[in-house]
Ligand binder design. Structure first.
Ligand code: SF4
Length: 575
């Protein structure tokens, strides 16, 4: 089954900014934290906020303490002033596009213009805009209401940012004809219109449409109406449990879109559900293959094999021809540490990958046993290899276990930090370094082949590749990680900057290997291996362009770069 996600599905810029500000507020501002009105029309997000202790207030109390966040719609200036005088710290998450409209209204009403706002009188954004117009604001819903207005000497026409563009166009034409002295501003946000156009296009391409979003979300309902008009079966769902699997069984392609208040992790969960949906009697072999791949990924077996292959390539690059037993150390290390981390990091998986979370819940005992046995096997092989290797293996394993454990008591940190994992972006860097040590340095130490220049060069290359791989997954998990308060690289640096960094790093690693090979620092294998970062760059770009959504297939493809490294090295070994 082909599943296509609309490129504009999910949070618009303003909603995403507001949600991020609310999630960050508990770390930066004094509590308790409130939002003024429901932040967005999405029950899943509101549940998460409520679990985090973020409450909603709809009126300004006489007295209060803590921080109040103004949602993306904005509020009248008096409300902000009242909240401050009640004793709250106020954090303004009004969407910059709404702020632009507020600024226009304020500027012109101060000059004596009347502000004619085209919008829904009761909508919170319009209530807020009206507050900026003081006594000079008028709200109209349609052309009929506009024609009933008296003529003003000076007036401006502005629209609620989510107004229907066709209605507003008709009003603008009427104004240009009858009142050419009125100033008209284009204030409708293009995000809504583009999203709607994309749904019409997508619905024409696929056999069925799934529209995700809160049942009370106006813009999601509008998307659903458009999808229904296409004549294709369309389903409005809030979560994967609302999906009618029987109705989708015959669809060979499914389009997914989502309202502006639907978080990516909800879209991703539904994508993953559809991707793994059992379809009785259909493409049986593909289903089996898919299940095998998924289990290899979830159990970290695929990654552990990849770690062994990375070690094989790093050994060959350093001129080490033998592979056993040191080649087994990264396999055992990665297998045990990644299972251990998956077992302790299931909170984020509840959002990012609920199936994986269930897999770990169902197989907890066996996975724990396998992780322990694998760790023991790693110790035995390291001991057989040498004292230095054993010391490094034990050091890295202990650090890996301590990563999730509180090292500084809560009393000294105010309960906030105190674990290695609390250091922002530490996960990406530490995982990459651990892989670099096991793949590049341990073989060199075990075979007495350590050379600062060659081993250091290979260590940097392996560390760089794993850094890209880990940060790529951090990018896919950004929304779920933010929900549970993790500070991964993309959360600290921002999504775009992380993407640019990773793209640049792939090119740098490619150039590095070619240079190393040309200068004779490493063999011609380096030249051949330079294709591996290019493979990752292609996946990164395809994902950034929306051509490869976060899915089990993408996870499999990303981790396959390690298989590519092993395969390329194996083929090279024959020449
Ligand atoms: S729809 Fe547009 S104006 Fe409204 S919050 Fe989103 S980005 Fe801002």
């Amino acid at each position: 089954m082909k599943i296509i996600i609309a490129s504009r599905a999910g949070f618009c810029m303003g909603v995403r900014r507001a949600v991020d500000m609310v999630l960050d507020a508990s770390k930066k501002y004094k509590g308790p934290i409130y939002t003024f009105g429901s932040l967005i029309h999405n029950p899943q997000v509101l549940n998460v906020l409520s679990e985090k202790g973020i409450r909603v207030i709809n009126e300004v109390p006489r007295k209060g303490k803590g921080t109040v966040i103004i949602r993306a719609h904005g509020v009248p200036p008096e409300t902000t002033a009242d909240l401050k005088s009640a004793g709250f710290e106020v954090l303004d998450a009004t969407c910059p596009r709404v702020v632009r409209v507020q600024t226009i209204i304020k500027k012109y009403t101060n000059k004596g213009y009347v502000a004619i706002i085209v919008g829904d009188r009761d909508h919170p954004e319009v209530v807020g805009l009206l507050g900026f117009a003081g006594s000079k604001g008028v709200v109209i819903g349609d052309l009929a209401e506009f024609s009933a207005l008296p003529e003003f000497q000076d007036a401006i026409i502005i629209a609620q940012t989510t107004q229907n563009t066709i209605h507003y166009k008709a009003i603008k034409e009427y104004v240009r004809d009858r009142f050419p002295h009125y100033k008209i501003f284009d204030t409708i946000c293009d995000s809504t219109g583009k999203r709607q156009k994309e749904v019409s296009r997508l619905a024409a391409e696929v056999d069925a449409m799934v529209v995700i979003g809160g049942y009370s979300s106006g813009n999601t309902k509008r998307l659903f109406e458009i999808a229904c008009k296409s004549g294709k079966p369309a389903f409005h769902v809030e979560t994967e449990s609302d999906l009618n699997v029987n109705a989708l069984v015959d669809a060979r392609s499914i389009g997914i879109t989502a309202g502006a208040s639907t978080p990516n992790w909800v879209i991703r969960r539904i994508y993953r559900f559809l991707e793994t949906m059992p379809i009785p009697g259909k493409h049986c072999w593909r289903r089996i293959l898919f299940d095998v791949c998924r289990n290899l990924l979830y159990s970290n077996t695929y990654l552990a094999i990849g770690a062994g292959l990375m070690c094989y390539a790093c050994s060959m690059l350093q001129g080490i021809e033998t592979f056993f037993p040191h080649g087994l150390i990264p396999v055992f290390y990665v297998f045990s540490m990644h299972i251990f981390n998956n077992l302790t990091g299931r909170r984020a998986d509840r959002y990012n990958d609920p199936e994986k979370s269930v897999f770990y819940d169902n197989h907890k005992f066996i996975l724990k046993t396998l992780a322990a046995l694998s760790g023991l096997a790693g110790i035995v092989v390291s001991f057989m290899t040498g004292w230095l290797v054993l010391f490094l293996f034990l050091f890295m394993s202990t650090s890996g276990i301590l990563y999730n454990i509180r090292l500084i008591p809560k009393i000294f940190t105010g309960g906030k930090r105190g674990r290695i994992k609390d250091i922002p972006a530490s996960k990406t860097l530490l995982i990459a370094i651990a892989w670099g040590i096991t793949s590049a340095l341990l073989p060199a130490f075990s075979q007495n082949a350590f050379s600062v220049s060659v081993s250091g060069f290979v260590f940097l290359w392996a560390t760089g590749l794993i850094f890209i791989q880990t940060a790529f997954f951090d990018l896919l998990d950004i929304h779920g990680d933010r929900m549970v308060g993790r500070e991964t690289l993309p959360i600290v640096m921002g999504e775009n900057r992380t993407q640019n960094l990773l793209n640049m790093m792939t090119l740098l690693l490619m150039a590095m290997m070619i240079t190393g090979s040309v200068t004779g620092l490493v063999s011609a294998l380096g030249f051949v291996l330079s294709i591996c970062p290019v493979y990752l760059l292609i996946l990164l770009v395809l994902h950034q362009k929306g051509r490869l959504p976060a899915s089990i297939r993408l996870e499999f493809l990303v981790k396959s770069h390690l298989i590519l490294i092993g395969g390329v090295t194996w083929v090279y070994s024959f020449f």
